[in-house]
Design a protein around this ligand. Structure first.
Ligand code: HEC
Length: 245
């Protein structure tokens, strides 16, 4: 009986490995996000609100919260991140009506509050690096990490325009993308663009787990409290035992 359960479990492990292998058809880059690099998260917020927030909302995130967590003043946040005339206490909602978006892109841009939690930071980072021109797609762009995505490359002016180099196709099969090449340079070098993509991913990682900073601040207090009470306990013990011989 035990053997059978073991065999079943082994089979399940094998099968789930298979599914993972199929889903991860495109290799992902490592994002190396560092939430303690606050400057990176701040730069990511700036990129997000300049290049993404026209289409995507962060339903669960208020401007005020961003200001507190990232150490920015109300004025800095409203001047740099709020292009919709929203109030400081409002959620970061895109001004694009979902119905129009569906008409334009065939799909409404999803809310990105929990994106990193569902897809992972490496996926988001790799997705932002993997757009290429594809005239056969309605929006003119395609993506190797998310094939046939209906999102035009938001960062092409920074990264440059990538085109695909196709592998020789077997008869009856569609040609597969072998690699992407920058055909028309952007404002940033590839290294600078990697940093930009990492920064946006860092910001979205923070957004998906907004308690990160608060938890750490709280954790520090809890530790200090524990240390203080341990000291107190030691002194009390000494005090009590002083007279007992
Ligand atoms: C012009 C509108 C537009 C802009 C600007 C835009 N997006 Fe998108 N985005 C879309 C649409 C539409 C989809 C849905 C694609 C699909 O499902 O085919 C999407 C999908 C996504 C997804 C995948 C969601 C999923 O299905 O898991 C991510 C991640 C994403 N966008 C991130 C970004 C980031 C980061 C930026 C800014 C750098 C950005 N987008 C800018 C329209 C936009």
């Amino acid at each position: 009986m035990n053997k059978r359960i073991f065999a079943g479990a082994a089979l399940l492990v094998l099968l789930s490995g298979q599914v993972l292998a199929q889903e991860g058809a495109a290799t992902l880059y490592e994002a190396h996000v560092n939430l303690h690099d606050i400057a990176s998260v701040q730069r990511g917020a700036r990129v997000f609100f300049n290049y993404c927030a026209g289409c995507h909302s962060l339903e669960y995130m208020r401007y005020e919260r961003i200001s507190q967590d990232l150490g920015l003043s109300e004025k800095q946040v409203l001047d740099n991140f709020d292009f919709n005339g929203a109030k400081f206490g409002d959620h970061a909602i895109s001004s694009m009506p979902a119905a129009d978006a569906t008409k334009w892109f065939g799909k409404a841009p999803p809310d990105l509050s929990l994106e990193v939690r569902t897809k992972g930071e490496n996926w988001v980072y790799s997705y932002l690096k993997s757009f290429y021109l594809d005239p056969s797609r309605p929006v003119g762009w395609n993506n190797t990490v998310f094939p046939n995505a209906s999102m035009p490359d938001p960062l092409w002016s920074l990264q440059g325009v990538q085109t695909a180099v196709y592998a020789a196709a077997k008869p009856g099969e569609d040609a597969k993308v072998e690699k992407l090449e920058i055909n028309q340079p952007g404002l940033e070098t590839p290294e600078q663009f990697d940093r930009t993509a990492r920064d946006v991913t860092a910001f979205l990682t923070y957004v998906a787990e907004p308690n990160t900073y608060e938890r750490e601040r709280l954790g520090l207090w809890v530790l200090m409290y524990l240390v203080a009470f341990s000291l107190l306990a030691v002194f009390l013990k000494r005090e009590y035992w002083k007279d007992i011989h």
